[in-house]
Design a protein around this ligand. Structure first.
Ligand SMILES: Nc1ncnc2c1ncn2[C@@H]1O[C@H](COP(=O)(O)OP(=O)(O)OP(=O)(O)O)[C@@H](O)[C@H]1O
Length: 433
């Protein structure tokens, strides 16, 4: 982890004082006096904390914060200014600065801020280590979003993870059922063992049975040797059965047997085999309705539905879009080997105002397409929503968007947003879930 501090300040006397002070505290410090030189440093080295002045010869420090945060999300920024106007403070925090300090001869405030910033950098670094410790599997820190709705999802996931309970995840396609299942496994005592996932609607039922339970050599033409099934692979670990609602009744009875007796029979075998695996199931269909129509076993439904987590669609957590977008833009840029583009305000506003029928998967696709076509920044003309999918404009959705936009304007301050909307804070909480 880097402990490098970059000072961007064109008052050279002042910046020398900061440098000497911070060096005396053991930090590694670099000074520059323009945004251009700062960009060069940021490109070539890992900077933990930036001390940034507002008025720089080649641009405005506050505007530069946006750019820094898009490309170096974990770098912490402390804004330094002579001007103690509250507008600057609000803007800098909104754009992602950690703190705002008024310049003065008393340096103790600066030291406290730098220590706080370094602590945050260290915590983020430790989180990323925790993430890689369990073999690259995603955990609750990998689930981006701070909206009330996603926080509730994470809270429920973390609570159930440490138990051995079967979990049912409900939600539209692309909302993040897969990533949540992985996080629950990562947060459980089974995390050192396998996490296996299968989409039960993607393959034919016979093939699905082979995949789930495995087979003995000679079980059918072409079965030349024994094959392990996923239930065997997931022994001591977790199996994620995505789209369980699409499984046929015969296979459903076999899953019920695993849940009740921890046992199954491989295809072509006569003996029962044992497995100790936790089941996490997911579906986008209404399982109770499927039960009523005789398409889903009622006993299996009750067996898997003791702990349900409903993952809300993206249109019900629009305030998460800025963070999700910055995260995906960085990730996509890395995968496509391209520089990280700047997300312009009109582009971001359009993302926030879209309905997202394909949820987070649609968001990643829209961003990837725009990035491929972009030349350095993501502008409105690069946005290409699939209009066929963009059909829902119900009153409720419009209301949600409106509330979210006000919340963003008020920087997440719910009391202020409620006042602006002319509703009580309790009503606001009810509306944002
Ligand atoms: N909150 C989140 N933070 C970061 N990445 C997310 C989040 N939610 C979803 N993703 C990513 O978005 C993509 C789609 O999510 P995922 O595959 O988990 O959705 P799903 O609900 O399982 O979809 P489906 O029902 O079609 O299988 C994945 O790449 C996933 O990692």
């Amino acid at each position: 982890m880097s402990n490098q501090i970059l000072i961007i300040e064109n008052n050279l006397d002042q910046s020398k004082k900061y440098r000497l002070l911070l060096q005396a505290k053991g930090y590694c410090v670099t000074e520059v006096d323009t945004i251009k030189s700062a960009k060069a440093i940021l490109k070539s080295s890992q900077v933990a904390v930036i001390i940034l002045a507002i008025d720089l010869p080649d641009g405005c420090g506050i505007e530069f914060i946006k750019e820094i945060k898009q490309q170096h999300i974990d770098t912490q920024i402390v804004l330094f200014t002579n001007n103690n106007s509250i507008n600057n403070a609000v803007c800098s925090i909104r754009y992602g600065a950690l703190e705002y300090i008024i310049k003065g001869e008393d340096f103790s405030e600066l030291i406290v801020s730098i220590e706080r910033a370094m602590k945050i950098v260290l915590e983020k670094f430790n989180d990323s280590l925790r993430f890689t410790e369990i073999g690259g599997l995603r955990n609750f820190h990998s689930i981006i979003g701070e909206s009330q709705t996603i926080q509730k999802v994470k809270f429920l996931g973390e609570k159930v993870a440490i138990t051995n309970a079967t979990v049912l995840l409900l939600g539209e396609t692309g909302v993040g059922k897969d990533i949540l299942a992985e996080a629950i496994h990562s947060g459980s005592s089974r995390s050192k063992h396998a996490f296996v996932a299968i989409n039960c609607s993607a393959i034919g039922q016979e093939m699905l049975e082979c995949e789930l339970f495995g087979y003995k050599a000679g079980a059918f033409t072409g079965a030349l040797k024994d094959k392990k099934g996923l239930f065997e692979e997931a022994d001591m670990g977790t199996i994620f059965l995505d789209e369980i609602g699409d499984m046929d009744l015969l296979l459903q009875s076999k899953i019920l047997r695993v849940l009740e007796n921890k046992s199954f029979i491989k295809m072509g075998d006569t003996k029962t085999a044992k497995t100790d695996c936790r089941i996490i199931a997911a579906t986008h269909v209404d399982l109770l309705d499927a039960v009523k129509k005789g398409k889903f076993r009622e006993d299996l439904y009750y067996r898997i539905s003791s702990f349900i987590i409903n993952i809300p669609p993206l249109r019900e957590r629009l305030s998460d879009i800025p963070k999700l977008s910055v995260f995906f833009v960085r990730k996509i840029a890395q995968r496509l080997h391209m520089p990280i583009p700047i997300i312009t305000d009109p582009f971001m506003n359009s993302l926030i105002n879209h309905n997202w029928p394909g949820n987070i998967r649609e968001l990643t696709n829209v961003l990837e397409k725009a990035m491929i076509l972009s030349t350095g920044s993501l502008t409105l003309d690069l946005l290409d929503f699939n209009e066929k999918e963009n059909i829902s404009s119900s009153l409720q959705v419009m209301e949600h968007r409106f509330i979210n936009n006000i919340l963003i304007d008020c920087m997440g301050n719910k009391r202020k947003a409620a006042r602006k909307l002319g509703i009580s804070i309790a009503t606001l909480y009810k509306k944002i879930g």
